[in-house]
Design a binder for this molecule. Structure first.
Ligand SMILES: Nc1ncnc2c1ncn2[C@@H]1O[C@H](COP(=O)(O)OP(=O)(O)OP(=O)(O)O)[C@@H](O)[C@H]1O
Ligand SMILES: [Mg+2]
Length: 391
């Protein structure tokens, strides 16, 4: 009996040491488990099943040697994960040996950027003459017939209309004959920009128009708890509730929280994250969020729409899932003193372009507006009242 108890104690001790060594090792080798940053692939990419399924279907077409039936547009306010999705797609394309050219509009002119990006790297410099846009269709078609290609354009809301127009037309023409896919990602200002380039583009997107907004509740929780669990760290239910509430289910803030909670753990710490740990990480996160909100506030001010931003804030502020109809926004803007209808429309377009409010695509009518981040609206209202009219 005593011998058995002794064995069990030794076994339990060994198991405890192993678990501790495992946690130590994980903490040691992964200083940055979470990825607050620009397009950084998070440790758990959650809540993007629909977007990933559409992109995967397009990839399957390319692999089979067909053109997908449509281009893809990823649309969402800043910090929700558009670049992340593009990076994820780049990775899955690489696994299937589909060539990818990733561009941003800073690389102009676009056809030269394409030639440069494809030519030397792929050893096929000759296929794309550095000539007029009209040559691009033939050259791309010939090239894609040999090997499928996906072109990803991030920050597409800053595309020059002429270059963007060419790109949309070229994409349509190449897709008629060869396995080619164009993916554009941009803020909610992107539709206005694309409409300037090609009005018919929108009617051809079908399921390819995809919103990238804040996560649903289950996905937000999984984005935080799954990576912790994978490293042997639990999180108490009330601690998780507190983090999710403060994060507003906004992907960037979830990464900030995860990072702060992860970094305050000592290497030997195997206890679950509790409310006290959340309280101690909170000042770090609150300061980072305040910096972020201050820059968004400055942006609204620089664009001349701070008054409009304050006017619509009460419709959304403090309610995570609040939505509003366009006429409610219009009434709020009128009450704030923007008297003419054209001025109110311009203000609303600017707030939409900045992702302060937006209309997620794929809704059943009546189409509703949502807040980019509800707690930003509280910040805008409070910063205004504290800082006074000098701002
Ligand atoms: N599905 C997700 N789950 C958890 N975290 C995510 C998810 N998608 C993105 N993130 C994280 O959110 C942050 C912002 O992502 P990203 O830079 O891709 O946003 P964005 O929409 O491209 O923003 P911007 O418009 O400013 O370029 C990153 O830290 C990223 O790791
Ligand atoms: Mg981005």
């Amino acid at each position: 009996m005593a011998k058995n108890a002794g064995c069990l104690a030794v076994f339990a001790r060994a198991r405890h040491l192993c678990a501790r060594a495992y946690t130590d090792a994980m903490n040691t080798v992964v200083p940055h488990l979470f990825r607050p940053g620009d397009g950084a692939l998070p440790p758990a990419l959650t809540g993007r099943d629909v977007q990933q399924a559409v992109l995967s279907r397009c990839l399957a077409d390319l692999v089979a040697g067909f053109a997908p039936p449509h281009d893809v547009v990823l649309l969402g306010p800043r910090g929700n994960g558009k670049t992340t999705l593009l990076n994820w797609f780049k990775g899955v394309c690489a696994k299937k040996s589909v060539d990818v050219v990733a561009l941003t509009p800073r690389r102009v002119p676009m056809h030269e950027a394409l030639a440069e990006a494809l030519g030397p790297r792929r050893g096929i410099a000759k296929w794309l003459p550095r000539a007029a846009h009209t040559d691009l269709t033939g050259a791309l078609t010939a090239r894609c017939r040999r090997r499928p290609l996906a072109v990803l354009v991030d920050e597409a809301h800053t595309l020059d209309s002429k270059i963007g127009g060419t790109l949309l037309n070229v994409s349509q023409e190449v897709r008629a004959d060869a396995p080619f896919l164009l993916v554009l990602a941009g803020t909610p200002g992107l539709p206005d920009r694309l409409r300037e380039m090609d009005a018919s583009f929108w009617s051809r997107l079908a399921e390819g128009l995809l919103g990238v907004g804040r996560l649903d509740d289950a996905s937000a929780r999984a984005a935080l708890s799954e990576p912790l669990q994978a490293h042997g760290v639990g999180i108490d239910a009330d601690a998780l509730d507190a983090v999710i509430e403060h994060s507003q289910r906004y992907p960037y803030f979830i990464q900030l929280w995860g990072d702060a909670l992860w970094k305050q753990r000592t290497t030997a710490d195997a206890t679950p994250i509790d409310a006290a740990a959340v309280a101690s990480a909170r000042p770090t996160v609150v300061a980072q969020v305040a910096d972020y909100y201050q820059s968004r506030y400055d942006e609204l001010r620089a664009e001349g729409v701070l008054a409009a931003a304050k006017a619509v804030a009460p419709l959304f502020q403090a309610r995570i899932n609040a939505t509003a109809q366009e006429h409610e926004l219009d009434v709020a803007l009128a009450k704030a003193g923007i008297e003419d209808a054209a001025g109110r429309l311009l203000a609303l377009r600017a707030l939409n372009r900045l992702g302060y409010v937006w209309r997620p695509p794929g809704q059943m009518p009546p189409i509703a507006w949502s807040a980019g981040i509800p707690s930003l609206m509280t910040f805008v209202l409070e910063a205004g009242s504290k800082l006074g009219p000098c701002l």
